[in-house]
Design a protein around this ligand. Structure first.
Ligand SMILES: *Cc1c(COP(=O)(O)O)cnc(C)c1O
Length: 377
């Protein structure tokens, strides 16, 4: 079989309210960075995360990567500092460490969530007792083992930066991802659970840190009648038009999450009986199920690339698991710490596959995708 219309991995799903916010920006000729949509988006996100908008302070930025860069500066990463980072993640989690001259040390994952292994993190602190910053990503919207991670960070007096770019609307013990770290980041890139076409947010409970990040993000202009600069600045603010899209999308975030979960459940059911597991999560957490992934059982001779090719032949997009950072040529000289005999991430990368998880995929289309996967076994 072959789908006439391509079945994508994850694309934007718009609803219409986005246009209302954009229209207002046009009507008021407010097409600049900053403005009422940025203010509204930040306040509405803070409310989404803490219910009252009294605890968390948000800063809308041009990308999640920009937010991570400012988080590195707030965390005080300096040239030569070892920074303990998730290994199984997208490169944007760790590139900002390098922008500031830090040296990423990659931490293997555990098997329960495919996220940073607290035991490996502890080993990393033993080897790098001077490490003061941890950058943790929640892969594919599945929360990491946050109690254990936070305990290890606290024991070593380290600042936690949480990369929740893939995990907006996921929770751990009822607490939203993006609120565990001292500095937290979400992304509204086109493929994420909600999108502003491109953008991100820095989230922190420390108002002064939020204001400092705003200062850097707007070219580090000192209060003076002329352009006065005492620090290096950046042009990282979100535009008022883009923020309008984000505001419209935020109204549908929980609905997107529920649809993503339904997709995951259909895979889980449809693929049961095969030598396959879905990407795992722990009972304490509620993932946002941003991407559904399958993991072929150890010892099974089917290669995920064979499945990916069969899907591609049918006009269906699948993608390998994010290649671990310690296996990337650009980080060939960086250290990698594992607590396992055989690195978990290498095994997951070799056996896993990201499956189409698009919100607009119908149950019938997904049934077709499942049939193709089954035919490979
Ligand atoms: C998408 C993503 C980012 C980067 O976000 P952008 O808004 O695209 O810059 C960072 N970390 C992770 C884990 C991501 O998936």
């Amino acid at each position: 079989m072959k789908f006439e219309k391509r079945i994508p991995l994850s694309t934007p799903t718009m609803h219409g309210e986005e246009m209302t916010f954009i229209q207002e920006a046009f009507d008021k000729n407010w097409i600049a960075p900053l403005g009422f949509n940025c203010d509204g988006f930040e306040a509405e996100m803070a409310t989404y995360l803490d219910g009252t908008a009294s605890k968390m302070h948000c800063l809308a930025l041009s990308s999640g990567t920009a937010a991570l860069h400012l988080a590195m500066k707030l965390a005080g990463v300096k040239v030569g500092d070892p920074v303990l980072c998730s290994d199984m993640t997208f490169a944007a989690t760790v590139n900002p460490v390098v922008y500031e001259g830090g040296v990423p040390v990659f931490i293997d994952s555990e098997c329960e969530t495919w996220n940073m292994d607290p035991a490996a993190l502890e080993l990393a602190f033993a080897k790098y007792p001077q490490a003061k910053v941890v950058v943790l990503a929640h892969l594919y919207g599945v929360p990491a083992e946050m109690d254990e991670i936070c305990t290890v960070c606290a024991r070593h007096g380290a600042v936690l930066v949480e990369d929740a770019a893939e995990a907006l609307a996921a929770t751990y013990k009822g607490q939203p991802c993006g609120t565990f770290g001292t500095y937290n980041v979400v992304s509204f890139n086109g493929n994420k659970i909600i999108t502003s076409s491109g953008g991100g947010m820095l989230i922190t409970s420390d108002k002064a840190s939020r204001d400092k990040a705003l200062f850097w993000a707007t070219q580090a202009r000192e209060p003076a009648p002329w352009y006065q600069h005492e620090e290096i600045g950046y042009n990282y603010r979100m535009s008022n038009v883009v923020a309008g899209i984000g505001r419209g999308q935020l109204l549908h975030l929980d609905e997107h999450r529920d649809t993503k979960e339904a997709i995951y459940r259909r895979y889980e059911q449809g693929l049961s009986g095969l030598p396959i597991k879905m990407n795992p999560y722990i009972a304490e957490s509620k993932p946002n199920f941003w991407l559904s992934c399958m993991l072929i059982d150890e010892g099974c001779s089917v290669d995920p690339m064979t499945v990916m090719q069969a899907l591609a032949d049918a006009n269906v997009e699948a993608r390998p698991i994010w290649k671990p950072m310690h296996m990337q040529p650009v980080f060939a000289d960086n250290d990698f710490i594992t607590a396992a005999d055989k690195p978990v991430n290498e095994s997951v990368f070799a056996r896993g596959l990201c499956l189409p998880s698009d919100i607009k995929m119908t149950a019938e289309e997904q049934a077709g995708v499942i049939e193709i996967i089954k035919s490979c076994f």
